[in-house]
Write a protein that binds this ligand. Sequence first.
Ligand SMILES: Cc1cc2nc3c(=O)[nH]c(=O)nc-3n(C[C@H](O)[C@H](O)[C@H](O)COP(=O)(O)O)c2cc1C
Length: 199
Amino acid sequence: MDFKDVVMQRYACRTFTSETIPESKIDELLELIRWTASGLNLQTWRIRVVRDPATRQAIAEAAWGQQQVANCSHLLVLCAVHDVLGQTEKLQKALMASGLSEAESAQRVGYAKKMCAQMPPPALVKFADQQVFLALGNAINGAKSLGLDSCPMTGFDAAKVAALLGLPEGIVPTALCPLGYGAGGPTPRMRFAAEDILI
Ligand SMILES: Cc1cc2nc3c(=O)[nH]c(=O)nc-3n(C[C@H](O)[C@H](O)[C@H](O)COP(=O)(O)O)c2cc1C
């Protein structure tokens, strides 16, 4: 499926069939998400895949009853890592493991640390959250490219979802992405006129 078809055919799916997505497809999708671009390459996201129907039902209740959370096949809970500086330590190790020299890794990490040091705490949190939304973009378009339907979502209580999943502090649910096979065909879509997006 070419990218144009992915973008034009994807829609926010709120009703899924009872068909379960094969785990191999979920793995493919997670790989597309893993390769999302991120500021300073800090990859400030963690993803929980929720398969258990009872947990999805409980999360649906924390999402004001939105039933796509319960009736999907798999639910991705995309979380932001708010310890952005901690991610710079992780980056050093990962860069060296990817084959970069110690000097070059240290130089990149030094730059990342310098940038982070200039941001006040709320800006660091915002930075972490922004990366998650790019990952969400890869998730919804990636899903379509794999023949899956999805719904990007922020309408939920993050603290309740974190508690339900037993997430550690600093790993903050930021977006949900129910996945499955849409029932009843795409819902009509609308966008503002092309001239309206230019300023
Ligand atoms: C960041 C974000 C949050 C959203 N949150 C919700 C949500 O909580 N519940 C929902 O049903 N749809 C949610 N949506 C889906 C939008 O309503 C939908 O993308 C928009 O109406 C455009 O429709 P389309 O995706 O079918 O083109 C969200 C979309 C985005 C990008």
